[in-house]
Design a protein around this ligand. Structure first.
Ligand code: C2E
Ligand code: CA
Ligand code: CA
Ligand code: CA
Length: 286
C-alpha cells in the first residue's frame, strides 16, 4: 500500500478510512446528541492535601453514544471545538455543574468543610474566544444562585500562550467578580513563567507528568526539585497548586511535603456520578 503514495495511500488504508468515517459520523451526530440529552457529567473530587477533605470537584463530560457506548471527551471535544458545537455544549456543562455545586452547597452543613465547596469546569479555546462568555456565565450563576466563588474555570496553559489583552479581558472580568481561574495542564505547554504574572489566574493545575517519578518511595530527586520550585514560585505569586493524576499514597505524601495545596486522582477517587461525591462530602462533614 505504501508504494501507492499520495492520496491513494490514504484510500488504501482501511483503518484510517474507518477512523475518518467514525470521526465524520461523530461530528454530524453531535448537535442531535445535545438535543437528545446523550451527554452526561462525571465529577472527580478535589482533595485538600493537608487534611484530606474534599473541597470541590472537576466536571468531566462524557457522551453516551447509542452505537459506540460511552465516549470520553478526548473523542469528541476536539470535534465539537472544530464545528463550534463546543459553545452550546460548554454552556450546558456549565449550567449542569453550577446546579450541582448549588445543590452540594445547600445539602452540606454550613461551614463543615471550612471553605466553600466549588465546582471546576473546563473551558476550551473556542469558548474563551466567544463574545458571550462573561454574560452567559454571570447569567447562569445568578439564575441558579451560586456565589461566583463556587465556580472555578479551567483554561489550559496552551490556550493562553501568547494571549493578548483582548483574550484575557473576559477572564479578568470573571476573576474580578470572584470566579476562580485555574491554569490547566500547567507545565505541558511552552511555559513562560514570567508570563504567569500577567494572567488572571489563582490556581495552577500541575500536569500529571510531573508526578510520574513520585509514585513510589523514594521519589525521583529531580522531580521533587522541579515540583518544589514550581510550588515556591506559585506561592510567591499567591497561586494555589493543584496536582492532577495522583494515583498512589506515596505521591500524595511527597506532594503534601512539597506544600502542594490540593490533589485530584485515582488514589482518591475516579470520576463518577454526583451521588458518589455526596457520600464523600457527607463523610467529611461529620
Ligand atoms: P483534563 O482537564 O486534564 O482532565 C483530567 C483528566 O485526567 C480526565 O480525563 C480525568 O479522568 C483524568 N484523570 C483523573 N485522575 C487521573 C489519574 O489518577 N490518572 C490518570 N491517568 N488520569 C486521571 P478525561 O475525563 O478523559 O478528560 C480528558 C480531557 O477532556 C480533560 O483533561 C479536558 O481537557 C477535556 N474535557 C473534559 N470535560 C470537558 C468539558 O466539559 N469541556 C471541555 N472544553 N473539555 C473537557
Ligand atoms: Ca481540567
Ligand atoms: Ca488537566
Ligand atoms: Ca490533561
Amino acid at each position: 500500500a505504501k508504494a501507492a503514495g499520495g492520496n491513494r495511500f490514504e484510500l488504501a488504508d482501511p483503518e484510517a478510512d474507518a477512523r475518518a468515517i467514525t470521526r465524520h459520523g461523530l461530528t454530524t451526530a453531535l448537535p442531535a446528541a445535545l438535543e437528545r440529552g446523550e451527554f452526561f457529567i462525571e465529577y472527580q473530587p478535589l482533595v485538600r492535601l493537608d487534611d484530606g477533605t474534599v473541597h470541590g470537584a472537576e466536571a468531566l463530560v462524557r457522551w453516551s453514544h447509542p452505537q459506540h457506548g460511552v465516549l470520553g471527551p478526548d473523542r469528541f471535544i476536539p470535534l465539537a471545538e472544530h464545528t463550534g458545537l463546543i459553545v452550546p455544549l460548554g454552556r450546558w456543562v456549565l449550567e449542569q455543574s453550577v446546579r450541582q455545586a448549588r445543590f452540594w452547597q445547600q445539602q452540606l452543613p454550613e461551614g463543615a468543610l471550612g471553605m466553600p465547596l466549588r465546582v471546576n469546569v473546563n473551558l476550551s479555546p473556542a469558548q474563551l474566544h466567544h463574545p458571550g462568555l462573561v454574560a452567559d456565565t454571570v447569567e447562569v450563576l445568578e439564575r441558579i444562585g451560586l456565589p461566583p466563588g463556587g465556580l472555578c474555570l479551567e483554561v489550559t496553559e496552551s490556550a493562553l500562550i501568547g494571549a493578548d489583552e483582548d483574550l484575557l479581558k473576559p477572564l479578568r472580568q470573571l476573576a474580578e467578580m470572584g470566579v476562580d481561574i485555574a491554569l490547566d495542564d500547567f507545565g505541558t505547554g511552552y511555559s513562560n513563567l514570567a508570563n504567569l504574572r500577567r494572567l488572571p489566574v489563582s490556581v495552577l493545575k500541575l500536569d500529571r507528568s510531573f508526578t510520574q517519578g513520585m509514585q513510589q518511595h523514594p521519589a525521583d530527586p529531580v522531580d521533587l526539585k522541579i515540583v518544589e520550585g514550581i510550588v515556591s514560585l506559585a506561592h510567591s505569586l499567591e497561586l494555589a497548586v493543584t496536582v492532577e493524576g495522583v494515583e498512589t499514597g506515596a505521591q500524595a505524601d511527597h506532594l503534601r511535603r512539597l506544600g502542594c495545596d490540593t490533589a485530584q486522582g485515582w488514589y482518591y477517587a475516579r470520576p463518577g456520578p454526583p451521588e458518589r461525591l455526596h457520600t464523600l462530602l457527607l463523610a467529611d462533614a461529620v
